[in-house]
Design a protein around this ligand. Structure first.
Ligand code: HGY
Ligand code: MN
Ligand code: MN
Length: 416
């Protein structure tokens, strides 16, 4: 396996131009993006990505979860491909780079290979996973989870958004229901390049994150049932107040996470009050608690503590409490050989680097269940992500893509 020469680099301007072009699709309201999965803007973004892949000479396969696989042939058709993937879908108030950088850097690797006339033994497949964010249809990393065999396709098809639309119907509606069996593809290796979405690389002034692990996660969906009543005329001692129980549970989640420092997080991003009227105490309150930590025992201890204390809070107020785990993955250890190639590539290219554990979840977490996988990260300004103000520099974007090029070429084996 020969490593590429240290001067082998991608075209940073072309990568940046593609990022800015994609960012025009599904614009947000504050300079970022709202290109949620299986919406018309997701459809538009897919079409632009396909056009670019056609121009780069790639052939497309689409599976029954709508994931796009764009192949550059290798010299040995029997050799399993090296996959480079991430996601084009965004949060409702997402940034321009979360996921998109990894997909378009994969395209840039292929474009650069074309420019340089590089052939590899193993094919290269650039991948756009459907519904990585889990914002519209929970859980996150849905398509890669079905691909890895940890989520059933039926369960995925049945997931509903806040308007009651199902994943399966929406996939058909935008015309991206593919014919490939999900998970039938076998991978030689999987690489994902992503912004850090945290403050460490910028604070440590490192250009490259060598991602050794990813923290584990539980998404616990709570449904609290109180009694609808007038907020004005109902005496305090007669209330069955699901909103009050929710508030106490939020405070308790904060308390559990702070009690497990360092290296644990817990919080809530989404709440649904019904009937959600200013002067009606809610009948139901639905929210998802998101807890994460790199330590599996700690993760499960936090889950147990939160569910136990939430039940006690609801008992005290007289509110019914139901909990469903709607998302989960154990902490992930990435493939040491691939991690080593990422580190060696950063060193060969002269880029500062450090080991990092990914705070956010990624499709690589599920890919790691079925193939040797790893990630590369670049810094992001102020560690900010899942915010329209998410920002990186063209230099950061290019450096990580150079490392991706080198690690992928070493793994796919250059042939002449
Ligand atoms: O939730 C996550 O970590 C990812 O952004 N889907
Ligand atoms: Mn992402
Ligand atoms: Mn994200």
């Amino acid at each position: 396996m020969t490593a590429p020469g240290e001067n082998l680099k991608i075209n940073g301007d072309r990568l940046w131009d593609s990022l800015m072009e994609m960012a025009k699709i599904g614009p947000g309201v504050a300079g970022g993006n709202n290109r949620q999965t299986l919406t018309d803007s997701d459809k538009e973004g897919r079409e632009l990505f396909k056009r670019w892949c056609d121009e780069a000479g790639l052939t497309m396969g689409v599976d029954q979860m709508g994931t796009m696989f764009m192949t550059r042939a290798g010299t040995d058709p029997s050799a399993l491909p090296v996959y480079i993937g991430s996601h084009l879908d965004t949060q409702p108030t997402g940034g321009k780079y979360d996921g998109v950088l990894g997909v378009l850097a994969g395209l840039e690797v292929v474009r650069s290979m074309n420019d340089l006339g590089i052939q590899t033994k193993h094919p290269i497949v650039v991948t756009n996973w459907t519904n990585e964010e889990g914002a519209r249809f929970a859980p996150a990393m849905l398509a890669s989870g079905v691909f890895a065999g940890v989520i059933s396709q039926d369960h995925a098809y049945g997931r509903k958004d806040q308007d009651g639309k199902s994943f399966g119907d929406e996939l058909k509606r935008i015309g991206w229901l593919g014919d490939e069996e999900v998970g039938a593809r076998k991978m030689h290796a999987y690489f994902e390049y992503h912004i850090e979405q945290g403050p460490i690389l910028e604070a440590e002034e490192k250009q490259i994150g060598v991602v050794t692990h990813c923290q584990g996660l539980w998404w616990l969906e709570f449904t609290l049932t109180g009694r609808e009543a007038h907020t004005g005329s109902t005496p305090m001692n007669m209330r069955v107040n699901a909103g009050l129980a929710m508030a106490r549970i939020f405070e308790m989640v904060q308390d559990v996470a702070m009690g497990e420092q360092p290296g644990a997080v817990g919080g809530v991003g989404q709440v649904k009050f019904s009937p959600n009227s200013r002067n009606v105490l809610p009948s139901t309150v639905i929210f998802t608690v998101d807890i994460r930590t790199p330590d599996l025992a700690k993760l499960n201890r936090m889950r147990g503590e939160i569910e136990k204390r939430a039940a006690a809070i609801c008992d005290e107020i007289g509110v019914k409490c139901a909990v469903e785990a709607i998302g989960h993955f154990d902490p992930v250890t990435f493939d040491p050989t691939l991690v080593g190639r990422v580190r060696a590539a950063a060193e060969r290219l002269g880029y500062s680097h450090m080991n990092v554990i990914s705070g956010a979840g990624h499709d690589a977490c599920w890919a790691a269940k079925v193939a040797p996988s790893t990630m590369i990260m670049c810094p992001c300004v102020g560690g900010l992500s899942h915010n329209e103000a998410e920002e990186i520099s063209p230099e950061w974007a290019a450096a990580g893509a150079d490392v991706l090029l080198h690690a992928v070429l070493e793994t796919a084996e250059i042939v002449g």
